[in-house]
Design a protein around this ligand. Structure first.
Ligand code: NDP
Length: 462
């Protein structure tokens, strides 16, 4: 028996923390507690992936109504009730958060609804109750928080946290950023009839993704009515009164809106956590430094999920949490492999992507073959919706191994889950082609693309 109150104390009941605590218990840890200062579920359930997808569903209907007419439906006049959507979303999130709490209880993990801060490497202060507890092992899984720019009038803006709970649907919104959150919300609001302006400091949104994904999403943002201003950032925000704000940009332009939103990245949520008192080191970006087994600079303290800023996605935090529990409580050292993680961006149309982008593959491999296609999805045949689907395979020309799959179009997130299996398994283009097509689908293109595509600059050099 240890002299500590707990074998494991987890700070943060989000995806990573909950999985880790439950698995630790299942692996035989006797006393496990998890502290949560808000509601069990974390960013994903409470103010991220889950509510975002409800908003995306709501937004997509406006396009579906238009498509339906081509198939003979008379849709008639439509109306949208934001308050009802938010109410239903809140009910569902309450239900899901309850399931998280019940699952913890059923596994025998103590849920402590309080803010936890470290006093030293084994001692935790519970802020609301004033209690102090001790633990042999500590896991930090507190996630991230939106980054707020340091500009005049910054307090007039909101982040995605508040966007989920706006009392009224905005009439005009201006969103800063060109990443996942900015692009997803720009199209959520555009689909709901809001006048949207997106301000991005680069030239094409979604930096880090394959260039064909970026250009397709950028074009679709514009096609869906989003006014995208590039090469520009917010300089200051002015209160015009009566709920109106004016955003001054560094290019001299200004944009007026009733809601101003920042989606310019998230930062590890480490403020006030007492990491310095425990000796836990941070990297230059403010994330907790960990080794391949999620161990921090302190032997008994581990960290998983967004607070470590490795790959900031819910399923990754879950896998890191499970790997931590296997390592520490099941005597099976497990380093989660962060390669070839598939992800989706729920723009409209959405993105699915796994593996290397063309640009990264060209840097790493001597010969790269590209197969790609772009077409109007069949469902749009009877409408004037000109949006396009893009599919691309990045292949190692020497081994024929498919290194990356990149898709923009309806159901891309569903397709990429399966393509992710093939990429992770290291399958070759021949093996893809050996799979018979499923017809008529868009996904069949993944096994029927025959022609190699050569970039114009390489063609000229041939
Ligand atoms: P991202 O890091 O994806 O994007 C941040 C954007 O803001 C980039 O376009 C970046 O520009 C820009 N930016 C950064 N700093 C500044 C600045 N000081 N001034 C102006 N612009 C700036 O962050 P998000 O907030 O969109 O999302 C956070 C994380 O959440 C993502 O990394 C992702 O892991 C996760 N997420 C995942 C989702 C999913 O899986 N579908 C959905 C939503 C979030 P530049 O490109 O030039 O760096």
């Amino acid at each position: 028996m240890s002299n500590y109150d707990y074998d494991l104390f987890v700070i943060g009941a989000g995806s990573g923390g909950v999985r880790a605590s439950r698995m630790a218990k299942i692996h035989g840890a006797e006393k496990v507690a998890i502290a949560e200062e808000y509601r069990p579920g974390g960013t994903c359930v409470i103010r991220g992936c889950v509510p975002k997808k409800f908003l995306v569903y709501a937004s997509e209907f406006s396009k579906s109504f238009k498509l339906a007419e081509g198939f003979g439906w008379s849709v008639g006049e439509t109306a949208f009730d934001w308050s009802k959507l938010i109410r239903n979303k809140d009910d569902e999130i309450g239900r899901l958060s309850g399931i998280y709490a019940r699952n913890l209880a059923n596994t025998g993990v103590d849920l402590i609804e309080d803010r936890a801060e470290l006093l030293d490497a084994h001692t935790i202060k519970l802020v609301k109750s004033g209690r102090t507890v001790t633990a042999d092992k500590i896991l930090i899984a507190v996630g991230g928080t939106p980054f707020i720019p340091d500009i005049e009038g910054a307090e007039l803006g909101i982040t995605s946290n508040e966007a989920f709970d706006l009392e009224d649907l905005p009439k005009h919104i201006v969103i800063a950023g060109g990443g996942y959150i900015a692009c997803e919300f720009a199209q959520i609001f555009a689909g709901l009839g809001v006048d949207v302006c997106q301000v991005y400091r680069g030239d094409t949104v979604l930096r880090g993704f394959d260039d064909d994904i970026r250009s397709t999403v950028h074009e679709e943002l514009v096609r869906s009515g989003v006014r995208v201003i590039t090469h520009s950032v917010f300089e200051k925000i002015e209160d015009l009164g009566e709920g109106q704000k004016r955003v001054h940009l560094d290019n001299g332009q200004h944009v007026d809106a009733d809601v101003v939103m920042y989606a310019i990245g998230r930062v590890p949520y480490v403020d006030g956590l007492g990491l310095d008192k425990a000796g836990v080191e941070l990297d230059p970006a403010g994330a907790i430094k960990v080794d391949a087994y999620s161990k921090t600079s302190v032997d008994n303290i581990y960290a998983v999920g967004d607070v470590t800023n490795r790959v900031n996605l819910t399923p990754v935090a879950i896998r890191e949490g499970a790997a931590f529990a296997a390592t520490v409580f099941d005597n099976k050292p497990t380093a989660y492999d962060h390669n070839d993680i598939a992800s989706a961006v729920f723009t409209q149309p959405p993105v699915g992507s796994v593996g290397l982008s063309e640009a990264d593959a060209r840097k790493k491999y001597a010969q790269i073959d590209i197969y790609k296609t772009s077409f109007r999805p069949m469902k749009q045949s009877f409408s004037n919706d000109a949006s396009r689907m893009m599919m691309k395979l990045v292949v190692d020309g020497e081994t024929e191994r498919v290194l990356g799959v990149h898709i923009v179009g309806p159901d891309a997130p569903e397709m990429i889950q399966l393509a992710g299996i093939a990429v992770k398994a290291g399958l070759t283009k021949d093996q893809y082609d050996a799979a018979c097509a499923v017809h008529p689908t868009s996904a069949e293109e993944l096994v029927t693309m025959k022609e190699k595509w050569t970039p114009p600059e390489l063609k000229a050099a041939e």
